[in-house]
Design a protein around this ligand. Structure first.
Ligand code: ZN
Ligand code: ZN
Length: 273
C-alpha cells in the first residue's frame, strides 16, 4: 500500500508526458508503419490537444476525486456489501473501471451526439503515440470523469483502484497508438486477453464495420465476450475517417469546432465506389 501511495502521489500528468516522450523518441529511431511526410506538423496539431488535455486534467481530476470520495463516504456500491481482501478489491477495481469504459466507448460510437466528439480521436489519418492526446476536451470530460464516477458508484470502487487503473491504462493507450511495428505472435498470445497495438489499430480503420469494433482499452476480453472483436492485418488498414480525409480537416482548430459541423458518416458502401 505504501508503494501505491507513493506512485499515486506523483502527478499523473508527469507520468503521461514521460511515457509519451519515451515512445516518441523510440518511434524516431526505430521507424514504424508510417513514413510521415510532415511529422512535425502532425505532432504540432496533436501537441495542441496535449496542452488542453494536461490543463483540463487538473480540473477534471479534482471533480473526479470529489465525486468518488463522496460516493465512498456514503458507502455507495456493490463492494460495500461484500467482504473482499484489499488486494482483490484493487485488482477487480482495475478490471471494472476498464469494463465500464468499454461500454462508454461503445456509446460514443452509437449515440450520434457523442460520436460528433469522439470522431476527433478517429480523424487521424496517420498515427503515432501523440494520437493518444487527440481527443475533444468535451469527450475527455466524459471519459475521465463520468465513466469512472459511474463505475465507482455501481461497484463501490475507491481512489486507490482508480489510481492503479490510470497507471495501468496510460501505457496501454500510448503503446496502442504508437508508430512501431509489433510482431504477430504478440496478438496471438497477449492478444487473447489484452488489447495489443495491432488490435487497437483495427479500431482506427476507415471502414465503419472495423471502426465500430475493438473498443477495449486494456482487456480485449470485453470485445470477445460481447461480440465486437474484429481482425484485420495491420498492413491493410486505411487510417482515419473518410469525412476528415482533407488536409484542412486535420488541424487543431477545425477539429475543435468539428462536433458542431454537420457531416454524415461515410459508410463502407460509399468508400468502395
Ligand atoms: Zn473509438
Ligand atoms: Zn485510439
Amino acid at each position: 500500500m505504501d508503494l501505491l501511495n507513493k506512485l499515486l502521489a506523483i502527478d499523473l500528468n508527469y507520468i503521461i508526458i514521460g511515457i509519451i516522450a519515451l515512445f516518441f523518441t523510440l518511434e524516431q529511431f526505430l521507424g514504424g508503419q508510417f513514413t510521415f511526410k510532415k511529422r512535425g506538423q502532425h505532432f504540432f496539431q496533436n501537441f495542441l490537444f496535449m496542452v488542453v488535455f494536461v490543463l483540463l486534467n487538473i480540473l477534471w481530476a479534482t471533480v473526479l476525486i470529489v465525486c468518488i470520495e463522496w460516493l465512498n463516504n456514503h458507502e455507495i456500491g456493490l463492494f460495500y456489501s461484500i467482504e473482499l481482501p484489499v488486494w482483490a478489491k484493487l485488482i477487480l477495481g482495475v478490471v471494472l473501471f476498464d469494463f465500464v469504459t468499454y461500454w462508454f466507448h461503445r456509446m460514443a460510437h452509437n449515440v450520434p451526439l457523442l460520436w460528433r466528439f469522439h470522431r476527433v480521436h478517429h480523424s487521424d489519418t496517420t498515427m503515432d503515440s501523440s494520437t493518444y492526446f487527440r481527443g475533444h476536451p468535451v469527450e475527455i470530460f466524459l471519459w475521465f470523469s463520468v465513466s469512472n464516477i459511474v463505475a465507482a458508484g455501481i461497484f463501490g470502487l475507491d481512489l486507490y483502484s482508480l489510481g492503479l487503473y490510470t497507471l495501468a491504462v496510460t501505457p496501454f493507450l500510448v503503446i496502442e497508438h504508437s508508430n512501431l511495428r509489433f510482431p504477430k505472435w504478440i496478438d496471438k498470445t497477449f492478444g487473447l486477453i489484452f488489447t495489443t497495438p495491432n488490435i487497437h489499430k483495427v479500431h482506427h480503420e476507415q471502414d465503419q464495420q472495423y471502426t465500430d469494433s475493438n473498443y477495449s482499452d486494456i482487456f480485449i476480453v470485453w470485445d470477445r465476450l460481447f461480440g465486437t472483436f474484429k481482425h484485420k492485418p495491420v498492413e491493410e488498414i486505411k487510417f482515419g475517417l473518410a469525412e476528415f480525409d482533407e488536409e484542412k480537416k486535420q488541424g487543431f482548430w477545425y477539429l475543435l469546432i468539428s462536433p458542431f459541423i454537420n457531416m454524415g458518416r461515410i459508410g463502407s458502401d460509399q468508400l468502395k465506389k
